[in-house]
Design a protein around this ligand. Structure first.
Ligand code: MOS
Length: 733
């Protein structure tokens, strides 16, 4: 086949759905106008652990408009079959959060009742009047107080011996605060039963996951549950599983026989969905005098809930970022009286990279070696964790380009040696890595006789621009203008896809899009070469390309005809195709995206205030499909990393398990005034070992490496090594 000309891919398009979004026409979960909808408000447990001894619903039920109050005393038994797609693993048998199924309170904020009413105000008022009595137990919510579970271990070589024999040793413990995703759009569900069929309009990043969760909870067939989510107002991972409130909405709808709308308040999103777990990461590092790593011993503890074990790929960076003969890792989860964590942008990797890249900076200082040079000296030829060759690993180029463009040579290695008035100035850098995930994905497409195409997959667009980037891929594969392609997503009736997370959408769903569009184009070409009336009759199919909706001989645009003419003459209203894309089995390569982030910070010498002055990241992320959206991703990732480094911290009152800053006034995220000049550079290139599109994923990579670059710059500015995120003014005084 002649390669299709690429016109849309690589072009800096604005979002194809941008107009819908800025005019308010895009409909988010809570905005669907469903006939006869009533409103549900959840009553949250006001204790951190214990038992419900009584629920008094009298006052609530007396509120005009209140239809039902459901709680553990009157709720029907729900089947809660095992969910094979649960994102948590190794759950204790029978332990699962089952809403209203028993009297146990497992965490502060757990749903203990729901009030359903004809108006939102009645439901809110009713919920405020429900009286719940408890037997209160003291919760354990501090990572330092919990009883760790059995570790996941990784070993190569002999870390103890390696450390013993090392010329230089470092022993540092890093602590990372719990963070919440805080997407703009609150989580919300509208649920409606039609007989035994359930439809939910839900804020989710994975319609199939929510569909499976509801199907198992209510024990109805998977295809009896439809999940709709055409627009998602931010997610960062918070929508990667079905949450209890989605079950509550469906239960309330079933019990009242009415469609039910349930919108979490901002406060409820701090315990009604997940979070990035807090971590303690102890890093022991040994190197020789020239800075070559000989051994690391890494002890990693993170929080999980009492009813589910949540783990993430926190161990990967510490295994493969640098050549290290002897490595030992032990990763333990600590069950606490909290709700379950979930992936948050750069899941696991952002945490692991912080520890590794902070330790590298400490080592560089100890040895008097430039931090970039130290990393170069430890650059592996193959992936040291599995001995696989890298598909592409261009970290050295990231360093070279980044150092040059940033002006790294202006850095003075001696900490606290550069001033600008009251401000101490520091430069820091860090590498980043994120494993490229590629998963099976399905797609189907129609090429219509009017020269338009419709492509469908059950994926999501939480903000990265799935609509746009998939449209770009489809347009080029079909040889159509971008506006002739209608890409549809966000409905479980569309073909199956993996979760819209882990930076796998472009590689996985994009490959399915490419595949299904290639099939459609080939069908059309086949039709033309076999059609005696076509100017392309008898031409080898391999010599035909399509541009602007017109099939023609490669190199001879005059000889050809349009899709419209071809299909119309053949009495075909459309061509149809579907596909199941699967990545090749068996790992032949180590495939990851890489980054180098450089930043300059200013620290007020008397107040301890940290300002990021500028930041530059260079990415080895494979092919960039959509440069404008990539920049949005990169800037968003840097902002998220600045938040993690300096601001974000979910604070729990360990006396009763209450989250004390469950709102956007007290949970700090960066605002415009915190964000300086941010610049992203992408190394030109593609990685066809990763997937047929040559992409390596960007969304997670862009946050990994940002926080350690800032922490390292703060050290360079002040001489203070802060090993705890977020870095607060207090820590610098
Ligand atoms: Mo993100 S944690 O991949 O939604």
């Amino acid at each position: 086949m002649s390669p299709q000309p690429q016109a849309a891919v690589g072009a800096p398009l604005s979002r194809v759905d941008g107009r819908l979004k800025v005019t308010g026409e895009a409909q988010y979960a809570a905005e669907f106008d469903i006939d006869g909808v009533v409103h549900a408000v959840i009553v949250d447990a006001s204790i951190g652990r214990g038992r419900i001894t009584g629920v008094d619903t009298g006052a609530a039920e007396a509120v005009p408009g209140v239809l039902r109050v459901i709680h553990n005393g009157n709720a029907p038994t729900l089947p809660y079959r095992d969910n094979p797609m649960s994102p948590t693993s190794n759950n204790p048998p029978g332990r699962r959060l089952r809403v209203f199924q028993d009297d146990r309170v497992l965490f502060h904020g757990q749903p203990v009742a729901v009030v359903v009413a004809t108006t939102l105000e009645s439901a809110q008022h009713g919920a405020s009047l429900v009286k719940v009595e408890y037997d209160v137990e003291r919760p354990t919510t501090d990572l330092a107080d919990g009883e760790p579970g059995e570790p996941d271990n990784y070993t190569r070589g002999d870390a103890a011996a390696g450390l013993r024999d090392a010329d230089v040793r470092l022993d540092a413990t890093y602590r990372l605060a719990r963070e919440h995703h805080n997407p703009m759009e609150p989580h919300a569900t509208i649920a409606r039963w039609d007989g035994n069929r359930l439809t939910v309009w839900d804020k989710t990043q994975w319609v199939l996951g929510t569909q499976t969760e509801l199907s198992t909870v209510f024990d109805v067939p998977l295809d009896a549950v439809r999940v709709v989510n055409p627009f998602v107002g931010g997610g960062f991972g918070s929508g990667l599983r079905g949450w209890p409130h989605t079950v509550v909405a469906a239960l309330a709808a079933r019990e009242t026989g009415r469609p039910v709308k349930l919108v979490l308040t901002r406060k409820q999103m701090y315990f009604g969905t997940g979070f990035r777990p807090a971590y303690e990461y102890r890093m022991r590092v040994g190197s020789d005098r020239r800075g070559r790593l000989v051994a690391t011993d890494q002890r990693i503890d993170s929080e999980t809930s009492s009813y589910e074990t949540f783990t993430e790929a926190v161990m990967t960076p510490g295994q493969m970022l640098y050549i290290t003969p002897d490595v030992r890792q032990a990763y333990r989860t600590v069950p606490l009286d909290v709700n379950s964590p979930i992936w948050m942008r750069g899941p696991g990797a952002a945490t692991g990279v912080f520890a590794v890249e902070s330790a590298m900076d400490e080592l560089a200082h100890e040895l008097g070696i430039d931090p970039v040079e130290l990393r170069r000296r430890n650059e592996p030829a193959d992936d040291p964790s599995n001995n696989l060759p890298f598909s592409t690993r261009r970290l050295r180029e990231c360093y070279t380009v980044g150092a040059r463009e940033f002006g790294w040579d202006r850095r003075t290695p001696k900490p606290r040696s550069t001033r600008d008035g009251d401000w101490l100035i520091g430069l820091g850098m860090a590498s980043g890595v994120y494993h490229t995930a590629v998963a099976p994905a399905d797609s189907r497409g129609r090429l219509n006789a009017d020269g338009t195409a419709v492509i469908e997959s059950a994926t999501s667009d939480m903000g990265p621009g799935t609509y746009t980037s998939q449209t770009q891929v489809a347009a080029d594969a079909l040889g159509l203008a971008v506006r002739a392609v209608d890409y549809r997503l966000g409905d479980s009736r569309y073909p199956r896809t993996p979760p819209h997370g882990g930076s796998q959408t472009m590689a996985s769903v994009g490959s399915a899009t490419l595949d299904v569009c290639n099939k459609l184009r080939r069908q059309a070409i086949q039709l033309a070469v076999e059609d005696e009336k076509s100017p392309l009759h008898g031409v080898s199919a391999d010599d035909i390309v399509v541009q602007g909706g017109r099939l023609h001989v490669q190199g001879n645009p005059a000889r050809g005809e349009s899709y419209q003419r071809l299909l119309t003459r053949n009495d075909r209203t459309r061509l149809e195709a579907d596909t199941s894309f699967s990545p090749p089995r068996g790992e032949r390569f180590s495939i990851s995206g890489y980054s180098a982030t450089f930043t300059e910070v200013a620290v007020d010498a008397t107040l301890g205030l940290v300002r990021v002055r500028r930041m530059l990241s260079v990415y080895d992320a494979g092919r960039i499909i959509s440069p404008k959206l990539a920049d949005s991703q990169a800037i968003g990732g840097m902002v998220g990393g600045i938040g993690a480094a300096l601001l974000e911290h979910t604070v729990t009152d360990h006396r009763d398990g209450r989250i004390v800053n469950a709102n956007l006034a007290d949970y700090l995220v960066p605002v415009n005034a915190d964000i300086p000049d941010l610049r992203a550079i992408y190394l030109d290139g593609e990685d066809y070992e990763a997937d047929p599109l040559g992409v390596k994923g960007l969304a997670e990579l862009v946050i990994c490496g940002v926080a350690p670059a800032i922490a390292n710059a703060v050290f360079n500015a002040t001489g203070r090594r802060v090993r705890e995120l977020p870095i607060t003014a207090e820590a610098l005084l």
